[in-house]
Design a protein around this ligand. Sequence first.
Ligand SMILES: Cc1ncc(COP(=O)(O)O)c(C=O)c1O
Length: 390
Amino acid sequence: MEEKVVYDFDTPISRLGTYAEKYDARERFFGKADVEPFWVADMDLPSPAFLTEQLRERIGHPMYGYTEQYDEVFESIQWWMQHEHQAAVDPAWISLSPSVVTTISLAIQSFTQEGESVAVLSPVYGPFFSCTKFNKRKVADIPLKVENGKFEIDFQSLENALAQPEVKLMLMCNPQNPGGRAWSFQCLEKVVELCLKHQVILLSDEIHCDIVYAPATHQSVLNIPAADEISVVAHSIGKTFNTSGLQSSFTFIKNSQLRSKFRLAQNRAHAGDINLFGKVALSAVLSPAGSEFKKQLVVYLQENTRQVCERLQQIEGLGVMQPEATFLVWSDFRAFGDWQTVFKKLIHEANVALSGGTFFGPAGEGWFRVNCAHPRSQLLPAVERMVSVF
Ligand SMILES: Cc1ncc(COP(=O)(O)O)c(C=O)c1O
């Protein structure tokens, strides 16, 4: 019997010299090149060694030319979705995509016209806004409500927005970044029902869906039959396996007309493929070995987020959302002055770089997001510094 691998997430590994954005962009975004970075959502935790080995094996062959979209890639995706998310997917529904943001942008181009609107529930991952604006569409921004420390959807406001004839697409972050909300099946069913009623296409961005903390569970829009004719579901290995730089994402579209429209936009942009190493990575990690890695990772991240929330909650006046999913902790600093003052204090007094709330839309102003996917020996002292400054 093979020995079970126990993953080490505790030992810090320097990323200096790798051009990691989280480190190398510190001067540009925070004006301080040595501030400790807990912002951009990738992990300072290593990908599994078996992935590195499989990439190394492929690198050993010295030709990196054009590569087929081979069956194993699609079979691995199919296996993962069934095994991890109880979603039976037909490989014909899958389009490979360099990134989820590429998929979002191409979906906007496929399903809306210039001047029309895209509905988003905010605060939410910044490119939901920026992709819409770059494509000359308008954002129909529906702020989420906070109830009992969690984001909830204001369904009346959502319906009012979807009922506007110029709203043609809704972008749903499921699970939700930055609030870490794992939307329930009933809640998603209601969203689908409203999209159907008002003939709005629904894009469910499920990039964070593998990192969910029990008793919460991920509910994929793939498992809502009523959504079959109107939905696009986007996923990636980027978050779960810390491979965002490999740019390997995949999108499911069940309806053949929507799929054709989306693939036409992919062909126009020549953006319907991923690179060779992305393919190797996809089939390596969407596997039983990847599932074991993910299981251990989720245990580590759950404890990190729990400890960070527990400690930050001790700061009087600070509000934190205990995430049900994601390695991110959304924190309300509005009691400590305007966001620019808090931003400076975080950087210059606590020596931590967090994601500023306005990246997530106007509703995020005054909030900051802590990335907890770090070894505890990096993360917890940074939290202690925040506690002593605030
Ligand atoms: C909700 C969400 N979607 C998409 C992305 C980016 O995905 P990709 O790198 O595949 O474009 C992120 C990254 O933080 C995210 O949080």
